[in-house]
Design a protein around this ligand. Structure first.
Ligand code: ADP
Length: 296
C-alpha cells in the first residue's frame, strides 16, 4: 500500500515530465517491475513507448540516483555495452527518482557469452591514474567510498574491506576470531594481488545486474562503478552463478588474466560477501570464513 501511494504521488507530481520524456500526450500506464533489491521499479508506458523508473526515499539513500546516473554515464562513455541512457533524475523531500531508457528483453544471440566477455574486457582496458573514483557511490544500499589510492592492496583494504568489517562488527555479526583473521589478511594483502593498472569496473557484476537486450547482447545495469582490480568483476560474477563457464575463457582470450586468477576468486569475493553480511545478516558468515581460509 505504501509503495502504491508513493507511486501515485510520483505520477501526479511528474506526469507532465514523464509525458514529455515519452513524447506523448496519452495517459500513462504504470507497471511494477520486480527483481530489484532496494528501489521500487516501474515501466511507464504511453504512446507505444516506455521508460524505466526507479523510486526511493532520499532521506534513506541520499544521492543514490545521482551516483547511479554518473556511473551509468561513465560506462556508456567508456564501454562498448549498450547501457540505458539516463533521461532524468531528481527529488522532492519525500521521493527521489531516476528515469532511464527502458531496455526491452530479448533472446540471447548464439555468441552472447563471447560478446559479453569481449565487451567486459574492452571496458576493463579503460584505465585511470589511481584506484577509486572522483565521487562516492553505493554498493547495493550501502555507501561505497572511493577515495583514490595508488595501491590496489591499500584501496581494497582501506576503502572496501575495513569499512564493511567495522560495520559487521558493530552490528555483532562478526566475532573477534574472524575479525583477527581479517587483520592478518590486511598485513599480507600487498603480495596477494598481481600488479595491474586500475580498470573501469561495473563493481556489482552478479547475474541480477545484466540483462539480455532486444539485440540479443548483454547489457549491464545497476553498477557500483570505480577503477579497481579487474579480477573484482570476475570474482563477483562467480559469487551467485548465472554466468556460463565459456564466458571466462572468452574473457581470457580477449584480455588474459594473470596466473592463478582462479585462486584469487575468494579474495575478491570477500567484499561482496561482507556487504551481504551487513545487508542480509549472519547467514553469509560461513561463506565469508571459507573465502578467507585459503589466505590466513
Ligand atoms: P535496484 O536498484 O532496486 O537493485 P535494478 O536497477 O536492479 O533495481 O532494477 C530492477 C530490475 O529491473 C532489474 O533486475 C531488471 O530486471 C529491471 N531493469 C533494470 N533496469 C532496466 C531498464 N533500464 N530497462 C528495463 N528493465 C530494467
Amino acid at each position: 500500500m505504501h509503495i502504491q501511494i508513493d507511486a501515485l504521488n510520483f505520477i501526479r507530481a511528474f506526469e507532465p515530465t514523464l509525458k514529455e520524456l515519452l513524447r506523448s500526450k496519452e495517459a500513462l500506464q504504470f507497471d511494477s517491475v520486480g527483481g530489484g533489491s532496494i528501489n521500487h521499479a516501474y515501466r511507464v508506458k504511453a504512446g507505444g513507448k516506455s521508460v524505466f523508473v526507479k523510486l526511493n526515499q532520499p532521506k534513506a539513500y541520499p544521492g543514490m540516483f545521482a551516483a547511479e546516473e554518473r556511473g551509468l554515464n561513465l560506462l556508456r562513455a567508456k564501454s562498448p555495452f549498450q547501457i540505458p541512457e539516463v533521461l532524468k533524475t531528481g527529488e522532492t523531500p519525500e521521493l527521489a527518482f531516476i528515469v532511464m531508457e527502458f531496455i526491452e528483453a530479448g533472446v540471447p544471440r548464439e555468441d552472447f557469452w563471447e560478446g559479453f566477455a569481449s565487451n567486459l574486457a574492452e571496458m576493463h582496458r579503460h584505465s585511470h591514474d589511481s584506484f577509486g573514483l572522483d565521487h562516492d557511490n553505493y554498493i547495493g544500499s550501502l555507501p561505497q567510498v572511493n577515495s583514490p589510492s595508488d595501491s590496489w592492496a591499500e584501496f581494497y583494504t582501506a576503502m572496501r574491506l575495513e569499512p564493511q568489517l567495522r560495520m559487521a562488527r558493530d552490528k555483532g555479526l562478526v566475532d573477534v576470531t574472524l575479525s583477527k583473521s581479517f587483520n592478518r589478511l590486511f598485513t599480507i594483502m600487498e603480495r596477494l594481488w598481481p600488479a595491474e593498472p586500475p580498470a573501469l569496473l561495473h563493481g556489482d557484476l552478479w547475474s541480477g545486474n545484466f540483462m539480455c537486450a532486444a539485440s540479443g547482447d548483454a547489457t549491464i545495469i545497476d553498477p557500483a562503478v570505480y577503477y579497481g582490480h579487474r579480477e573484482m568483476d570476475i570474482a563477483m560474477s562467480q559469487l551467485f552463478g548465472g554466468f556460463h563457464k565459456s564466458f571466462y575463457s572468452f574473457y581470457h582470450d580477449h584480455f588474459s588474466l594473470e596466473n592463478d586468477w582462479e585462486e584469487r576468486i575468494p579474495l575478491g569475493q570477500l567484499y561482496p560477501l561482507l556487504v551481504h553480511v551487513n545487508l542480509f545478516g549472519g547467514g553469509y558468515v560461513q561463506q565469508l570464513r571459507s573465502c578467507l581460509r585459503p589466505y590466513v
